[in-house]
Structures are given as structure tokens and as C-alpha cells.
Design a protein around this ligand. Structure first.
Ligand SMILES: C[S@@+](CC[C@H](N)C(=O)[O-])C[C@H]1O[C@@H](n2cnc3c(N)ncnc32)[C@H](O)[C@@H]1O
Length: 292
């Protein structure tokens, strides 16, 4: 086998062109993330590895070809980020998105403002890979975090991530195979929860989606009925029941539904301080409210 090393940058430039032609939205970032993944370095340190073994280049080109087939980047690298955590993801579970980071930051701020007289109680409805629940448990080891997931395939990823976090020294969370809309959900926590977070399925049926989403995120993770609010609408009575007075909720939603969700919470009559929040792209993305 040849030991001659070959230049990495031309291969990255070729990859950018391949991904751009395939319609990938961020061809340069993805080409560099995949190179960093293959070489086991940070993306910001790629310039320090100008020459690589030919075998690594072959591995890289194979991954780029798969990305050009619009397989999600995170399925190829095997991880997605939430807060300070890298979570394992792949077929069968929703890939956590950067826009949810703002909801996560809201939850941490909410927890920070609590009096320090009890362990904060947190519920994550529709946890998927466990992203929000595990990121909260990592940032707040004093919190008692409960997470609900209906889909067994997603729950298996959440369990795997939860086990990894226990091995890394985080406080364990409690995972439930359950329906976030079930009126009997977690009745033992009624009136005691400090913070409810939820990134539920919320895309209106019939919406046009990129292939990465349509072909790789599970449909149960995506669609929220004709208007995108059918799961959320049925979760609201549970959220109302679970929260203690003064407790807060943040729910992510489709960018068409900011005002509709705020109106739903207002109509319910048991929430105050109802605030619509935009995401990093400035689109309406989550609504937060406080239980009266
Ligand atoms: C958009 S994904 C979000 C996952 C995770 N919260 C995140 O931000 O990455 C929605 C998740 O809700 C789950 N789900 C859908 N309907 C549900 C229900 N009625 N009860 C509990 N989980 C549900 C899906 O299986 C999916 O994992």
C-alpha cells in the first residue's frame, strides 16, 4: 500500500461542488464537516491537516456521495448537537435542529430564575433522541428531568443517549414510553412541574419538505395534522395540569403558527406572559408562557 499522502483541499473543493450540484443547502459547511469527521479533527483545524492518507480520501469521497443523495449530514457523522452535548442519531429518530437551541436557552434561564429551595422539576414532552431533556440534565445536575416519547424507535435512541450521559457522569433522567396527549400522563406530578419544554410534531400536512427531512425524519416526528397544531392542542390540558402556578412552558411550532399557538394558550385562560419567540433566522419558532 502506498504511503504517499495526498492533498485534502482539492478534495474538499470537489466535494463542495458535488454537494452544491445535488442541491444541499450548505455545501461548504457539510463538505468540511464530513472531512473533519473522517479525519477525527475539529472542522476549524482542517487547515492543520493539508495532506492525508489516500484511504482517508476514498472514505471521504464515499461519504460525500451519500450526502449528495441527500442523506442527512448527522446520519453520516452519527451525531447531532444540543446545548453542550453531542447526541447519537440515525435512522428512526428526528435529528435535533439548531433552532431548538433557543427554546433550550429559554428553559435554562427559566430554571436559573427559580428560588433555590427545591430541585427543579422539568418535563420534556416528545423527547425524540432525548435532546432537550438530556441537555437540561447536563446543564442542571440538580434538576429532576422526565421525558416522554411515543415512538419505540425514537425511544431506543433516547435510551442509548441517556445511558451514554450516565456513563459520562450526568444525573439520570426518567424516560417514559407514553403519549404526551394522554389525559392520564404523569398525574403524580400534577401541579408540581417548574418547566415544561416541547418540540412536538408540528408541520402542517402537505407541506413541501427537503429530501433530508421527508425521507429520513420519521413521519410521526414531523406532522401535526392539517394545521400543524393537532398534537400541541391535545398537549395543552396536560401542560396546564402539570405546571405549578408560576411554572413556565415553551412549545416549538411551525413558522406559520406563532400567533395561533399564542391565541390557543390565551384562550385556555390559565396562562400569562405569553410571548412569541423567533428563531436564529428570525422566523416565529416557539411560544413561552407562565401558568397562572
Ligand atoms: C419534532 S421531533 C422532536 C424531538 C426532540 N424534542 C428534538 O427536539 O430533537 C417530535 C418527537 O415527538 C414524538 N411524538 C410524536 N407524537 C407524540 C406523542 N403523541 N407523544 C409523545 N411523543 C410523540 C415523535 O416520535 C418525535 O420523536
Amino acid at each position: 500500500m502506498s504511503t504517499t499522502r495526498v492533498a485534502l483541499r482539492p478534495a474538499i473543493n470537489d466535494a463542495i461542488e458535488t454537494l452544491r450540484t445535488a442541491g444541499v443547502h450548505s455545501p461548504q459547511a457539510d463538505a468540511e464537516h464530513l472531512a473533519a469527521h473522517v479525519l477525527g479533527v475539529e472542522r476549524t483545524r482542517l487547515a492543520l491537516t493539508p495532506l492525508v492518507p489516500p484511504g482517508k480520501l476514498a472514505e471521504y469521497r464515499e461519504l460525500v456521495d451519500r450526502r449528495a443523495q441527500r442523506i442527512p449530514l448527522q446520519h453520516l457523522t452519527g451525531t447531532a448537537v444540543m446545548g453542550a452535548l453531542d447526541l447519537a442519531v440515525g435512522p428512526g429518530v428526528f435529528v435535533p435542529r439548531p433552532e431548538t437551541e433557543l427554546l433550550y436557552a429559554w428553559a435554562l434561564a427559566q430554571l436559573e430564575a427559580l428560588p433555590h429551595d427545591h430541585a427543579p422539576l422539568v418535563v420534556d414532552l416528545c423527547t425524540g433522541s432525548g435532546a432537550l431533556a438530556l441537555a437540561v440534565a447536563h446543564a442542571r445536575p440538580d434538576a429532576d428531568v422526565h421525558a416522554i416519547e411515543l415512538d419505540p424507535a425514537a425511544l431506543a435512541w433516547a435510551r442509548r443517549n441517556a445511558d451514554d450521559r450516565i456513563a459520562a457522569g450526568d444525573t439520570p433522567i426518567t424516560l417514559y414510553a407514553d403519549d404526551a396527549t394522554d389525559p392520564t400522563l404523569l398525574t403524580n406530578l400534577d401541579g408540581r412541574v417548574d418547566v415544561v419544554v416541547s418540540n412536538p410534531p408540528y408541520i402542517p400536512e402537505g407541506a413541501r419538505l427537503d429530501p433530508e427531512v421527508a425521507e429520513h425524519d420519521p413521519p410521526i416526528a414531523l406532522f401535526g395534522g392539517p394545521d400543524g397544531l393537532s398534537v400541541i392542542r391535545r398537549m395543552i390540558p396536560n401542560i396546564t395540569r402539570l405546571l405549578r402556578p408560576g411554572g413556565g412552558v415553551a412549545i416549538e411550532h411551525d413558522d406559520t403558527n406563532g400567533s395561533a399557538l399564542a391565541a390557543l394558550l390565551a384562550e385556555h385562560g390559565e396562562f400569562t406572559d405569553i410571548v412569541e419567540h423567533p428563531d436564529l433566522a428570525g422566523k416565529p419558532r416557539f411560544v413561552a408562557a407562565i401558568r397562572t
